[in-house]
Every structure is written in structure tokens, then in C-alpha cells.
Design a protein around this ligand. Structure first.
Ligand SMILES: *Cc1c(COP(=O)(O)O)cnc(C)c1O
Length: 404
């Protein structure tokens, strides 16, 4: 609804943006569980297909429940600015990232990215892009000289693709500096903003062209659906080519998942505040714990990317990892002793999640290769939840074994 004043609060937008008054007066957006939308007459069908009249046709092309989620995320990503972006909801974060690559790259193009990429994205670069004549190039993008050297060395690089903060050591790269560098060389800049969420970090405000999310994580916030979104600031490209590619590839979101996502996102600000204040307390506690060799958390002044995180994030986030002095044995023991925290992969839910990559996600990966990507035997990845802090600390403390 048009208001005589602009909404200036993040949560006001998260709650209201994209919501349309329902013709049947439903307070919340209905789950439009329908594959098609009907036409009054043949002429209306014609007007819809030609684009002369706005309206829905087929749910792979668009659906009202999905539209509310898309507009909310677009509003949050551009909060406090006058930038306008368009979002396209996808069935998963990987579908959104795949759409981005297919829509922007052509045979011969390369993507420059940092080495601590999300596993699925890494696989996309390793398995999907090469047969299409595209490739990913990895450099340490925390070092701007190395980033510039890479751009100079290979003119086939078409995109800089960044993920910050990233797994498992919570490395951060400087979004504004990489956007400036990308602009200087005429490159596309895309950012996976999943770990931070738009409440903590807004890549578009630093100059990014595209933002991708796995909405499965903090945006949904309750671990109830898989989803993703691709957002872009070039309206013509997003409404034209990117929309076409999305419709053809068919990685569309579904109305029920969009509905639970919408519900989750309304509380993003209050949830992130709690996730983050708990994370700061957990990092502090573990940093002093005798069983812990190292805490990787970008909110600790000792983290190598502390300054970058302070510059571009509202809070340092709720993701961290710890390295146990006792290695593999201590990692397995800790996982088995947990009573409150949940043993699982993924992140961004109300409960605190712990994962031991050496015995779980990376069990089959050779030790040297694992260690090269920062995953030691005793590394525990943690997504700090919203339980009361004393209970989280108590569970972590009782699960840690101090070895001699
Ligand atoms: C989970 C995740 C993805 C992939 O998202 P899905 O919804 O699982 O497809 C991409 N990037 C990051 C950083 C993630 O954490």
C-alpha cells in the first residue's frame, strides 16, 4: 500500500515490503498452490503473453507468494539507500548461483574467486562450467595486489565472485575494494551474502552488480525449506535475459517454501541481533577454554580479517569454527557429548548447530587436501543459535575434553 511517508526501519521493511492486500482479506499472504492462472477471455490471454497486461500465467514464470518474498529481500538488500534491485526466487541457493553463471557467462569466460568457496559452488566451478568452456580461477582475494595481478594476467576473467564471510575459517574479503577493482577492469561483481544476510551486510551499497543467497539459512531462519535468490541492479537485464534464463532452466521456487521464508524473514533483525550477541559470548568463552587451540571468528580482534568485517558488517555474524587441541579424537568426542546443540550440517537456524567436517562433510576427502582448505582434524564448525546463552555455554563446556 502507498504510504505518505517512507519506511525507514529494517524490520518495518522486512515485515511490510512486498505485501499486497489480499482480494479476500487474508491477513497473511496465501500459499498460491496453483500451476497456472486463468484468463477471462482470449484477449486477456493475448495481453498477458505479450506483456501488455501485468499478471500471472504459469508458476514457473511467476507466482504471487514468490513475488512477496522476492520484493522483501530486494527491499532489505537495498535498505537505507535509493538503489533499486530485482530479485528472482529460486528452488535453492545453488539454483540461483547456477542461473547467475548461465545468464552472465559465455564460452571462454572465467570467474575469479577466493579459495574458501561454498562446497556446491566449488563443484559448479569444477564440474559444470569446464564442459561449457568456462572456468573458475582461485586467488587469495584478501590480498588486493594478488586480485589485481590475476585480473591483469587473464583478460578472459568476466566476473569476480565473492563470498564473505566464508567457510570454515570465516575469512572476509573487502567488498568495496574488490568492486572498485572490478569496475576498473570492467568486470561483473557478484557476492554470495548467505552468511551475513542483508541485515549485517549489503553488497549492493558497496557496488556489487549481483547478490546471491541461499535463503535456506538465516533468511528462512528455522530450517524449514530449501531456497535461493538471485538479485541484480540492472533492471533491464534482470527483467529480460535473467528472467528468461530462469524460466527456461526451471529452477523456480515453490509457493509453500516461499510462504515459510516470508514468515521467517519478518523477524530477521531480532533474530540476527540475538544470534550475533550469543556468538560474541561463545567466541569469548571458547577463546579462553583450555581444550581449544584456536577460535576462528571475525569478531575477535585476533582474526586476520577483523578490520574488514568491522568496516562492512553491522555485527560480525553468528558463524565460527574452533580448532580443538585434541584433534580428530577430541572432535568426535565433542560431537558425541552434545546434549543441547544439534549435530548437523547447514546453518542459520534457531538452535545452535555443530558439524565436525573431518568425520562428516569431508570424511572422504584426503587429509592433505582437507587441511589445505583450512579443515584440520579437530575443526568444529558452529552456527550459533538463539537459545539462552548460559545453556549454550554449559553444553559446549561439558562437551569439551581437556587433554593433557
Ligand atoms: C548453503 C549455501 C549455499 C547453497 O545453498 P542451497 O540452498 O543449499 O542450494 C550457497 N552458498 C552458501 C554460502 C551456503 O551456505
Amino acid at each position: 500500500m502507498d504510504k505518505s511517508f517512507p519506511l525507514t526501519g529494517f524490520s518495518s521493511l522486512a515485515i511490510h515490503a512486498g505485501h499486497e492486500t489480499d482480494p479476500r482479506y487474508a491477513h497473511q499472504v496465501p500459499v498460491y498452490a496453483t500451476s497456472t492462472f486463468v484468463f477471462d477471455d482470449a484477449e486477456q490471454g493475448m495481453r498477458r503473453f505479450s506483456g501488455e497486461e501485468k499478471g500471472y500465467i504459469y508458476s514457473r514464470w511467476g507466482n504471487p507468494t514468490l513475488a512477496e518474498a522476492e520484493e522483501k529481500i530486494a527491499a532489505m538488500e537495498t535498505f537505507s539507500s535509493d538503489i533499486k534491485v530485482k530479485g528472482i526466487l529460486h528452488s535453492s541457493g545453488m539454483a540461483a548461483i547456477s542461473s547467475l553463471m548461465i545468464a552472465t557467462l559465455k564460452t571462454g569466460d572465467k570467474v575469479l574467486s577466493h579459495y574458501s568457496l561454498y562446497g556446491g559452488t566449488q563443484e559448479l566451478f569444477n564440474r559444470v562450467l569446464p564442459p561449457l568452456g568456462m572456468a573458475g580461477i582461485i586467488a587469495d582475494l584478501r590480498d588486493l595486489n594478488k586480485a589485481e595481478d590475476a585480473l591483469r594476467a587473464d583478460p578472459a576473467i568476466r566476473m569476480i565472485y565473492i563470498e564473505t564471510p566464508a567457510n570454515p575459517t570465516i575469512q572476509c574479503v573487502d567488498i568495496a575494494a574488490l568492486c572498485a577493482l572490478g569496475k576498473k577492469y570492467g568486470k561483473i561483481i557478484a557476492c554470495d551474502n548467505t552468511f551475513a544476510t542483508p541485515y549485517l551486510q549489503q553488497p549492493f551499497l558497496h557496488g556489487a552488480d549481483f547478490v546471491a543467497h541461499s535463503t535456506t539459512k538465516f533468511l528462512n531462519g528455522h530450517g524449514t525449506a530449501i531456497g535461493g535468490i538471485l538479485l541484480g541492479r540492472d533492471a533491464e537485464f534482470m527483467n529480460g535475459h535473467a528472467t528468461k534464463i530462469h524460466r527456461i532452466l526451471g529452477g523456480n521456487g515453490n509457493p509453500f517454501d516461499a510462504f515459510v521464508l516470508i514468515n521467517g524473514m519478518k523477524t530477521l533483525e531480532v533474530r540476527m541481533e540475538r544470534h550475533c550477541s550469543n556468538a560474541v559470548a561463545v567466541a569469548d568463552f571458547l577463546n579462553k577454554h583450555p581444550a581449544v587451540a584456536n577460535v576462528n571468528y571475525n569478531g575477535l580482534a585476533t582474526h586476520p580479517d577483523y578490520a574488514v568485517a568491522q568496516k562492512q558488517m553491522r555485527h560480525p555474524g553468528a558463524m565460527m569454527s574452533i580448532e580443538l587441541k585434541g584433534g580428530l579424537k577430541a572432535g568426535i568426542a565433542m560431537m558425541n557429548k552434545l546434549q543441547l546443540c544439534t549435530r548437523t550440517v547447514s546453518l542459520g537456524t534457531c538452535d545452535t548447530l555443530l558439524c565436525h567436517p573431518a568425520s562428516m562433510t569431508h570424511y572422504g576427502v584426503p587429509k592433505e587436501q582437507r587441511e589445505a582448505s583450512g579443515i584440520g582434524d579437530g575443526l568444529i564448525r558452529m552456527s550459533i543459535g538463539m537459545e539462552n546463552i548460559q545453556d549454550i555455554l554449559r553444553d559446549l563446556d561439558q562437551s569439551l575434553t581437556v587433554s593433557q
